[in-house]
Design a binder for this molecule. Structure first.
Ligand code: ACO
Length: 383
């Protein structure tokens, strides 16, 4: 370690810094391509299910029919939570933010995990499946419990996405809506070493347990520069109210140096392929509801941002249209980021387990620029 040498290059934001090799996720930010384990996200969105994607991310290959059925049954069986979780929810302060509840519940559940003291790869794989299953039920159960509604038990006959939506809204979604939820979970399942995955990996690098890595990731995901952007993007659409008002809103916001949430990305310098697919779903949901006002506001925002920020290559990211999709599926806006976590837990756990195959403690350096050699003043002599 260097001390008192010339100022080093400081990688603020760690842009362009590689910290590991991976075989899980590939992003081409220039071409707008995203691959999970070598498969194009567009193919997975068209042909796959969330359960199949979970298997793919965790196991590194597509499952055969029997493996897929086993994955579905394993997730379905693990969706049920210990009954005391409901007591935990009831003990949380009224209006607790769902992301805070989710983070707390994952910590709480770590103590119930039947293999909490086992950190072998096989045990971690099973824990990962339990976490994927449980996050969905935590979010749905908290939603109904905070509203004083009857909490629905998981239905093991239903697919993960369909059951998740049913447990939130209280009614079984149409096949079309269930499929939209399924695809949204696929699109959010992984995204290389984004901020929350990095948070998980920093925890993993100390050899903390899998539950702790997910708690870390949830904490990092919460911020509006990351997962919190979905809710902020929908708030802007709600605030604008009329498509004709969108252009002026964006121009004013940019003039005041405000960020437009749901736009821009550290890696993509073109359209995020996930945003393109979600935009189509947002359009369809507007048509199904017979009211496409929000969709028209969103497209007007998009046109203005892309035009005004063309030189900075700013385009919609995954979080811009997903809020409209979740809203159209009947999910309240403060659950959007938790829904992101419900999907991304598959990527977090896959990435953490891959990191453990060649673990190294993550311990960067910071360059000290404060004073040195200050003389200690006794308390009575200080002004
Ligand atoms: N609105 C307005 N201007 C923007 C936006 C935006 N959404 N995004 C970037 N810019 C501008 C910046 O102001 C900056 O301009 P400058 O060079 O004149 O200072 C330039 O584009 C580069 O932006 P940075 O913020 O430096 O780029 P960075 O790589 O750090 O940004 C980030 C990535 C944080 C996502 C940014 O685009 C942003 O804040 N977007 C809004 C929040 C958001 O949507 N987050 C979700 C990201 S996707 C996800 O987490 C799943």
């Amino acid at each position: 370690m260097k001390a008192d040498l010339e100022t080093p290059r400081i990688d603020r934001g760690l842009d362009d810094v590689y910290v590991k090799e991976t075989k899980i996720c590939f992003i081409d930010g220039e071409q707008g391509r995203l691959l999970y384990r070598g498969y194009d996200i567009r193919d997975l969105a068209e042909h796959s299910s969330f359960e199949e994607t979970v298997f793919l991310l965790l196991q590194g290959r597509l499952p055969n029919r029997a493996e897929l059925e086993r994955t579905k049954s394993e997730l379905a069986a693990a969706r049920t939570l210990p009954p005391s979780v409901l007591k935990l929810f009831r003990s949380m302060p009224e209006h607790a933010a769902p992301m805070d509840v989710l983070r707390t519940a994952v910590s709480y559940l770590s103590g119930f995990d039947p293999e909490r003291a086992d950190s072998t790869r096989a045990a971690n794989m099973r824990k990962a499946m339990r976490l994927v299953a449980q996050l969905a039920t935590i979010v749905a159960t908290y939603e109904r419990s905070r509203k004083g509604q009857r909490v629905l038990r998981p239905d093991p006959k239903l697919g993960h996405a369909e059951d998740f939506l049913r447990m939130i809204t209280g009614k079984r979604p149409s096949p079309e809506r269930a499929r939209m939820m399924d695809v949204a979970l696929i699109l959010y399942a992984d995204h290389a070493i984004n901020a929350s995955t990095f948070g998980a990996i920093v925890a993993a690098s100390t050899l903390a347990d899998l539950h702790s890595t997910v708690v870390s990731a949830i904490a990092v995901l919460k911020g509006p520069l990351h997962g919190g952007a979905i809710e902020a993007a929908l708030s802007a659409i709600e605030e604008i109210r009329r498509p004709e008002a969108a252009e002026e809103y964006v121009v004013n916001a940019l003039r005041n140096k405000q960020k437009i949430f749901g736009f821009g990305h550290r890696v993509y310098k073109t359209y995020d392929p996930r945003a393109l697919m979600l935009k189509e779903y947002a359009r369809k949901l507007g048509d199904l509801q017979g009211d496409s006002t929000y969709f028209r506001i969103a497209t007007a925002i998009e046109e203005t941002v892309v035009r005004e920020l063309a030189s900075k290559r700013i385009y919609p990211n995954v979080d811009f249209y997903s809020g409209l999709v979740f809203h159209g599926l009947g999910i309240p806006s403060d659950l959007f980021t938790p829904v992101f976590a419900v999907a991304r837990v598959s990527g977090w756990t896959a990435q953490v387990m891959e990191y453990w195959e060649d673990n190294r403690l993550l311990r960067p350096l910071d360059w000290y620029v404060g004073p040195k050699d200050l003389e200690y003043t006794p308390l009575d002599e200080r002004a």
